[in-house]
Ligand binder design. Structure first.
Ligand code: G6P
Length: 368
């Protein structure tokens, strides 16, 4: 164990720190010198996605959260309508599938029973299935029509970290690939996206280097009864993942809320000193999220803001801030999730929990 963990106390921390490398590896060989995205694995399938009219993204847990961000990327770049489903729900709701439907299943292990069953059901109904998976020899990879492997390497900790960020990256690459086929992506945005992707590994390194602030915050929430994550748009999808991470390993109750929904119920739960983590990376929604921060502050909440470097103005609203480097909005989740992974890790460490093997949970759920 010690050898594999190297300098790190837990696999989870090691895997968090591997992300610059796993992002690099997932990009490798997939962006050519003309900055076009190509997947050698998909070469035999050239043109296979041209007629796709509707996309479902189906997964469980963290992979489902990656799908929420991935769906937004695909819609934004290709204008193909995307619907995200939890695998254990998908099969039972008689989804509308035609031969122009693409179902994207996402799975770190490639063995999750519900995701595999959703794949089989989708194929039975005539859809093409693309698997985004970290294990190219898995059942899901074997049974899908197409496979995009993520290059996260073995993920040992039950709480998924590097698999999630490589799934987001794979989705971004696939969105650009689809947009190239459908000619829906302008040159300028294409160039900015590729440049933004290439900058990510170094930017994640930067976030990891500046982890002290979030470490102190994490230690301070260890006795909290409850914690809330809020955000809008993609920040909401990242909030869901941050909340799941915290629950999985710290056992602190938490909820993620679309910031604009707070006043429809959750605001009633905010008391003096309730910790709230506010994700504020969508600058066009900045004012709206800040007004939500003010709502929770007025009820006594203690707010940690996660925002983009230079946005010091947020200090007028939040109590503490963690800055992430500036990037395109579609790429910000890959950066914004890193402090949330660290908050979950350090809160759990302060509580003395078994971080890599949390109670009641399994790395791979092969029963329905
Ligand atoms: C389990 C794991 C989670 C994971 C989920 C889906 O619940 O503990 O970390 O996100 O399964 O797993 P998959 O291998 O399909 O991504």
């Amino acid at each position: 164990d010690q050898v594999e963990k190297g300098q790190f106390e837990h696999f989870m921390l090691k895997e968090i720190h591997e992300q610059p490398l796993t992002l690099r590896n997932t990009m490798l060989g997939r962006i050519n010198d003309r900055d076009e995205v190509s997947f050698p694995e998909l070469a035999p399938a050239a043109g296979a996605f041209k007629d796709v009219e509707k996309i479902f993204i189906v997964a469980c847990g963290t992979a489902y959260h990656a799908g929420l961000v991935g769906g937004a990327m695909i819609e934004k770049l290709t204008r193909i309508p995307v619907q995200c489903d939890i695998a254990s729900e998908f099969r039972y709701r008689d989804p509308i599938i035609t031969d122009r439907t693409l179902v994207v299943v996402v799975s770190q292990s490639g063995e999750t029973a519900d995701t595999l069953a959703a794949l089989h059901e989708s194929r039975r109904r005539g859809a093409k299935v693309l698997a985004i998976t970290n294990v190219p020899t898995s059942s899901i990879a074997r049974d899908a029509d197409f496979v995009i492997p993520t290059m996260a390497g073995p993920e040992i900790a039950v709480a998924s970290t590097k698999a999630y960020t490589t799934q987001l990256l794979a989705f971004c690459l696939f969105s650009i690939y689809l947009a190239q086929e459908k000619r829906t992506l302008g040159q300028k945005l294409h160039a900015e996206l590729v440049q933004g992707l290439k900058a990510l590994p170094v930017q994640v390194e930067k976030v990891l280097e500046n982890a002290n602030e979030v470490k102190l915050f994490a230690e301070s929430i260890k006795d909290a009864d409850s914690l809330f994550f809020i955000g809008r748009g993609l920040d909401y999808a990242v909030a869901l993942e941050g909340s799941l991470k915290l629950k999985e390993i710290s056992y602190i109750h938490s909820e993620a809320y679309a910031a604009g929904e707070l006043k429809h119920g959750t605001l009633a739960l905010i008391e003096k000193d309730t910790p709230v983590i506010a994700l504020v990376t969508h600058m066009e929604l900045y004012e709206k999220t800040v007004s939500n921060i003010k709502e929770v502050k007025a009820r006594g909440a203690r707010v940690m803001g996660i925002t983009v470097e230079g946005n010091v103005e947020l200090l007028n609203a939040a109590d503490e801030i963690c800055f992430i480097p500036p990037s395109l909005q579609l790429l910000a989740p890959i950066l914004a999730v890193v402090p949330l992974q660290l908050i979950a890790y350090y809160a759990s460490l302060a509580l003395g929990n078994d971080i890599d093997k949390p109670r009641n949970l399994a790395k791979s759920v092969t029963v329905e």
